[in-house]
Design a protein around this ligand. Sequence first.
Ligand SMILES: Nc1nc2c(c(=O)[nH]1)N[C@H]1C(S)=C(S)[C@@H](COP(=O)(O)OP(=O)(O)OC[C@H]3O[C@@H](n4cnc5c(=O)[nH]c(N)nc54)[C@H](O)[C@@H]3O)O[C@H]1N2
Ligand SMILES: Nc1nc2c(c(=O)[nH]1)N[C@H]1C(S)=C(S)[C@@H](COP(=O)(O)OP(=O)(O)OC[C@H]3O[C@@H](n4cnc5c(=O)[nH]c(N)nc54)[C@H](O)[C@@H]3O)O[C@H]1N2
Ligand SMILES: [Mo]
Length: 725
Amino acid sequence: MMDEKIINTSCSHDCGGRCVLKPHVKDGKIVRFESDTGEDPQLRACLRGRAYRQQVYAPDRLQYPMKRTGERGEGKFARISWDEALDTVAREMLRIKKTYGNSSILFLWGGGSQAVVNGAMAAERMLAMFGGYTRPWGAASYEGPLFASMATYGTMNSGSARIDHLNSKLIIMWGWNPAVTIWDPNTAYTMAQAKEKGIRIISIDPRMTETTATFADEWVPIHPGTDAAMVIAMAYVIIEKNLQDQKFLDTFTLGFDKFKSYVLGADDGIPKTPQWAEKITSVPAATIERIAIEYATNKPAVLIPGWGPSRGTMGEQFMRAACTVIAMTGNIGKEGGYAGGFMRAFHSREMSLPKTTKNAVETGSAHRANSLYKIRGAGHPTAARMHETHVYDAIMKGKAGGYPCDPKMAYIVASDYLNSRPNVNAGIAAFKKLEFVVVHEQRMTPTARFADILLPVNTFMEREDITPPWLGSPYYLYVNPVIPSLYESKSDFEICAALAPRLGIANYTEGKDVEGWLRVVSEHAGDIADFDTFKKDGVVKLKVEPFVAFKKEISDPAHHPFNTPSGKIELYSESLAEWRNPQMPPIAQYIPASEGYGDPLQKKYPLQLLTSHHKPATHSTLEKIPWLEETEPRRLWLNSQDAKARGISNNDEIIAFNDRGKVRIRAYVTDRIIPGAVCLPHGGWFEIDENGVDIGGCDNTLTPSLHSPGGAWPANTALVEVKKA
Ligand SMILES: Nc1nc2c(c(=O)[nH]1)N[C@H]1C(S)=C(S)[C@@H](COP(=O)(O)OP(=O)(O)OC[C@H]3O[C@@H](n4cnc5c(=O)[nH]c(N)nc54)[C@H](O)[C@@H]3O)O[C@H]1N2
Ligand SMILES: Nc1nc2c(c(=O)[nH]1)N[C@H]1C(S)=C(S)[C@@H](COP(=O)(O)OP(=O)(O)OC[C@H]3O[C@@H](n4cnc5c(=O)[nH]c(N)nc54)[C@H](O)[C@@H]3O)O[C@H]1N2
Ligand SMILES: [Mo]
């Protein structure tokens, strides 16, 4: 131990956490990890952080810059020097800019590094200074919840401190699996405390997750994509029994009467009874009725509407419906309640590099749709962007297809783009059409294989940065360098700083090194007392009151209106009414999704695909890490009835397929998933064999290029069939 050094640093991948890591270094090598041993609340690392040694020292770490030698995507590369790599990238970018204009440069970024300086932000800054770029819109994680939150509450700060759940009498987890997805480091600990305290916990999820198995008193399996119907039937029960908090509705909300007439069937002649919802959701009417009464009569109560059920092509309707039923019970702005929506808890600030240069490609660009602007406010997507799920179509068709630009090159940073975006085969075809692809990567991912120039990036063990928490928890983490950059790898910031002058950008760093930028960002946050102590300790834990969203709005409505056009919680939205889009009604409704329940395509592809986040990986980061794979190999969850009907046994090789692709993988035959649904956990690295079959097990080989009217992704909206391989 004597010659081991312990360094205070932190994890900055996009895995729902952001935790303290204390690597022990011996002879220049990381030999083991400790995590937070300090004061409460401890920010303890999960299995992924603790296995990080195998990521740092992965045998497929990219060691030096490379150029493509075979066909694009074939994976054949030759080693080149940094000078040759950067000169080539600069030459191609200058050529493309001159020939086609800046809008032809696609910036395809992801959450590989969720820190301030390194990752996507370093390149964003450089590309803005280069004259601009085209970026897609539509956040994979939460576009549906964000939209619903803005439409209903006018803010994304609609969460509560996790610890506040201990003040409630009932917790309903609706498509929420924090034992695996973390959702801020102390969530599972709080749920354990809630269970110990005897708080009743219900989980509504097509799968019996580890969260359900560990914490819930009751599991309610539901048919994926139909949740809005169950929520609306709960509203029916509450209205019928007159259990709604009418005073709350009258004081704080707009449009309950319009929602009520929909629920009672005044307009379409269909009362949204539990019996109506049972046929759609497969949840027994009696269960729906009982849970509705439990929720309306045990106060305060928490209903957590997860992002998983909202990550579908009707995603925002579930979230809008959930917020409506939450408002009906008056569980908003109160300790022990919960407002749902986006669910950011506003304890700490979001952090980013100062945006000194605007993206000129978007300057002056009209709002995508005036009505979307009204809902999304300052964060609205402009007409210069295409949705993430339409990028491949945009590459194929360009302006002639109605898109804002003719994409010619892709600059990819911190994203295994082809793997983590829907419809892999469409992506492969589109990428072959581009003139130039540059990728900053750590490992030989499926997207890296499609690069023309591949630039090796170091890990957060090899550089300096700051990591803000995932959803506004009260802390900040410092990333201290633990070992020197391995091989010839560089940080994203170093790469951009070396490339910028070649692109004619004179002042990329503004004379500041990384620490210099981090000092600026820390000061800007305003709640970090002393930068040097922060850097030394690796963590600042903020002493703040546990946040409860909308406390002020509820306790003092005269002075604190909601941030919506009407100043109320908008169960009915005039801005949405202006859309006149039956797929985006002004009140929450159950609307069947295409490739969802009831789609005639079910005759050909009867199984509903879920692509939930996977315990051993963070999307496609940390794939093929042996210690992690051992904890849970990626297999396709298949109910035993569906398996039997197809002659499939546990661990058999199967093919899951639809018109977009075929995936070969082993089956996990289990009653932990509702019949009629299958789950291929997100993130497997695709590998298309000579027969067109993905033998790498990538979920997105099967997902469609569709999004909801509000921009939600189709991650849990796809139909497939499964057969023995
Ligand atoms: N281990 C791990 N943790 C992660 C990540 C990771 O990749 N790996 N990624 C992080 C990131 S970036 C994000 S955005 C979050 C995502 O966090 P979530 O969106 O909460 O995660 P998911 O696993 O997609 O979905 C949560 C649950 O919703 C259920 N679900 C899916 N569809 C439906 C439905 O139609 N109805 C109902 N009732 N339930 C449904 C799934 O079965 C799953 O148990 O996780 C973060 N944490
Ligand atoms: N079907 C389906 N698809 C999904 C989801 C789903 O639930 N189902 N979830 C979606 C969600 S919520 C999200 S957030 C997205 C995530 O999508 P992405 O953000 O694209 O995430 P990854 O696929 O993990 O790719 C991140 C890459 O960054 C690399 N990397 C790590 N650190 C660094 C760094 O410092 N610099 C650089 N340059 N690279 C680095 C990693 O090696 C990895 O290859 O996926 C979405 N895709
Ligand atoms: Mo995400």
